[in-house]
Design a protein around this ligand. Structure first.
Ligand code: COA
Ligand code: AMP
Length: 634
């Protein structure tokens, strides 16, 4: 066991203020903080209170000022448009300062919200940084979400401005974003003053006079604007993520703590410093994209790859490896599902042969549990360390990981290794008592959380407290269940709530159920996540139809699949649904989703003593078997 990791961890827990004050040296401050950790309003902790800085300055301008203007900041690689180019820190500064200048001329000021609904193009990063430059709070919405999900987020964030593009490019073809945006704005109660639209040649969008502004024209004539000094505690962004209800949670991230934590993580976890090339193959719509495509790499002056494509099919399963070799990527981060997709299409690793991967030092995996098969295949094929690490939208950066830039520890398959400095992870039972090593329980983190983690939920402090802090006072509830082994290695095994993880995308079964119940034939619905060999989990819906419905089952199923795609979006990957006569419930009316999930996945389960009608479990089992689950696997 590597003592250096444990010693650093102990230091961060015993002397958090000294630890994080030292880490804060990596950031340029326009004025220093009054206190490192302000706990005067606990449990709303604030890091570097009183300090002033600007995240965009730290991610862009200071690198130019320090003579690294010609270094590539963002390397755009887009196999789906057959386009690749690099953007230097100097060009990035010019693009961002003009876009920010234009936003300022539209009246967007510090604290105003700006929604960004865009594909994986460099302009998306420009938009985020331009907001950061003037203190506007960005809220990026993933492009795979439907108009209705975008409308919900617009109504919650109440943006003054929306930045979008005419389209995204998916392997299935061009996805027009503008009609989705128009639809969302029509559905939302909140009125947006302006939309800046990036017209892409693959699908030009018509602009609405008076509201829509052409991106290129706007930026061409805009004045440059300087970075505005912000309070460390001012919000940088709101990122919506799935909660257990249909209403997404707006995770709020501050400026100062976020910059300090990300810079620390780049060096200590990912082993990335100024001048290195880092690639997180994710999407800016997710937290991985926020932290490790845009902010993290730029904060340390690295080059970040911004990839518009998939692991397979764009054009083949060798695309990742060739990109790593071409741009000399030192650390690469993706989701296990991407590796499973590559493994499926290239089981023997033929596409790696002849590709010079000497530059690559580590492959990092996160977003979902990394099954040992995926870990071993990656290790055997790449012959590089494969590092599972665990975190979530709320934390913004890794909670458990192997510190590859400081003191690597041995890899244990199925474990994201040890608690990262700053996080005191405990595993507790329902009463909040710590369980013994190797025993499962709720994974919680002792307060205060380190810098860079969520400060609250947007405009909803109560929900923040209820969701995360109420169950085990003094601790943050991660929503994950797992255990620690005798050496303190953590194993994350499942969620304790109704969140599912589909291809590394976090989705709420509650939201699926809401949508299914909108169908006029549906009386009741239950959605569970079932195991999927490629995506880890996929959603499966069981619906009880209203009496007297005359439509054929298959017709209803198709309508329900279409409805979910239309209301949640293609990212939902909803293809499995069936009618059942009755759902299994407790006598108090709670649907037994966990039991159904165990039946579907062929896991052991106990018939709950409180079940209302045990025969319903047979009904569900028969249906699941017909759908290819439950006993069908045996
Ligand atoms: N804009 C519009 N549509 C999008 C989209 C976007 N940004 N991202 C995904 N979609 C669509 C896809 O086109 C697909 O639509 P389809 O049903 O018409 O085919 C649907 O949403 C599901 O997409 P996806 O989850 O990507 O599944 P897939 O079957 O197309 O590809 C994988 C499977 C494994 C290759 C893919 O899921 C993948 O690359 N996963 C990596 C996961 C990842 O990076 N996660 C980020 C968290 S770290
Ligand atoms: P998200 O907020 O979308 O990043 O999803 C976070 C959730 O994904 C976590 O709470 C876990 O349930 C799951 N997750 C992420 N990384 C891992 C990992 N390395 N191992 C197990 N589960 C993970």
């Amino acid at each position: 066991m590597n003592n250096k990791h444990l010693q650093l961890h102990a230091k961060s827990i015993n002397h958090p203020e000294t630890f994080w004050a030292q880490a804060a040296d990596s950031i340029d401050w326009s004025s220093t903080w009054d206190c490192v950790l302000d706990d005067s309003n606990a449990p709303f902790y604030r890091w570097f209170a009183g300090g002033k800085m600007n995240t965009c300055y730290n991610a862009v301008d200071r690198h130019v000022a320090q003579g690294r203007g010609e270094q590539i900041a963002l390397q755009y690689v887009s196999p789906v448009t057959d386009c690749e180019y690099g953007i230097s820190y100097r060009e990035l500064q010019a693009q961002v300062s003009r876009l920010a200048g234009y936003m300022d001329s539209l009246g967007v000021k510090k604290g105003d919200r700006v929604v960004i609904y865009m594909p994986m193009v460099p302009e998306t990063a420009f938009a985020m940084l331009a907001c950061a430059r003037i203190g506007a709070i960005h809220s990026v919405v993933f492009g795979g979400f439907a108009a209705n999900e975008l409308a919900t987020r617009i109504d919650d964030a109440k943006p003054k401005l929306v930045l979008s593009a005419s389209c995204g490019i998916e392997p299935s073809g061009v996805v027009a974003y503008k009609p989705l945006l128009d639809d969302a704005l029509a559905q939302a109660s909140h009125q947006v003053e302006h939309c800046i639209i990036l017209n892409r040649s693959q699908c030009e969008a018509e602009l609405l006079a008076g509201r829509d502004i052409d991106w290129q024209a706007a930026v061409a004539s805009a004045p440059n604007i300087d970075c505005v000094p912000l309070e460390s505690t001012d919000p940088l962004y709101v990122l919506y993520t799935s909660g257990t209800t249909g209403r997404p949670k707006g995770v709020v991230r501050d400026n100062g703590g976020h910059a300090v934590a990300l810079a620390w993580s780049m060096k200590h976890i990912y082993d990335i410093d100024c001048g290195d090339t880092f690639w997180a193959a994710s999407d800016v719509g997710w937290v991985v994209g926020h932290s490790y495509i845009v902010y993290g790499p730029l904060l340390v002056g690295a080059t970040s790859i911004l990839y518009e494509g998939k692991p397979i099919g764009t054009p083949d399963p060798g695309a990742f490896w060739r990109t790593i070799a071409k741009y000399k990527v030192k650390s690469f981060f993706t989701a296990p599902t991407a590796i499973r997709a590559i493994k499926r299409d290239d089981p023997n690793g033929d596409f790696i042969q002849g590709v010079d991967l000497r530059c690559l030092q580590n492959l990092f995996l996160a977003g979902e549990r990394c099954d040992p098969d995926t870990l071993h295949w990656s290790e055997d094929t790449l012959k590089k360390p494969v590092i599972d690490h665990w975190w979530q939208t709320e934390t913004g950066w890794p909670v458990a990981a192997n510190l590859m830039g400081y003191a690597p520890v041995a890899v244990k398959p199925g474990s994201p290794a040890l608690a990262v400095p700053g996080y005191q992870i405990d595993v507790v039972d329902v009463m909040g008592e710590e369980v013994a090593a190797n025993e499962s329980g709720n994974v919680v983190i002792k307060l205060p959380l380190p810098p860079g983690t969520l400060t609250t939920l947007w405009q909803n402090e109560q929900r923040y407290q209820d969701s995360y802090l109420a169950m085990h006072p003094g601790y943050y509830l991660t929503g994950d269940a797992g255990y620690k082994d005798d050496e303190g290695y953590l194993y994350i095994m499942s969620r304790i709530d109704d969140i599912i993880n589909v291809a590394g995308h976090r989705l709420s079964t509650g939201r699926f159920e809401e949508v299914l119940c909108q169908h006029e034939a549906v009386a009741e619905a239950a959605v569970i996540g079932v195991k999927d060999i490629l995506k880890g989990q996929v959603p499966l819906g069981l619906v009880v139809l209203k009496k007297g419905v005359t439509l054929h089952d298959e017709e209803i199923n198709q309508q329900l699949i279409h409805l979910v795609r239309q209301e949640i979006g293609p990212v939902a990957s909803f293809r499995l649904v069936s009618a059942v006569q009755k759902l299994p419930k407790t006598r108090s009316g709670k649907i037994l989703r966990g039991t159904m999930r165990n039946i579907a996945d062929n896991q052991d389960y106990k018939i709950p003593a409180t079940i209302e009608d045990p025969a319903t479990l047979d009904i569900v089992r028969n249906t699941l078997t017909r759908m290819g689950y439950a006993d069908a696997h045996v």
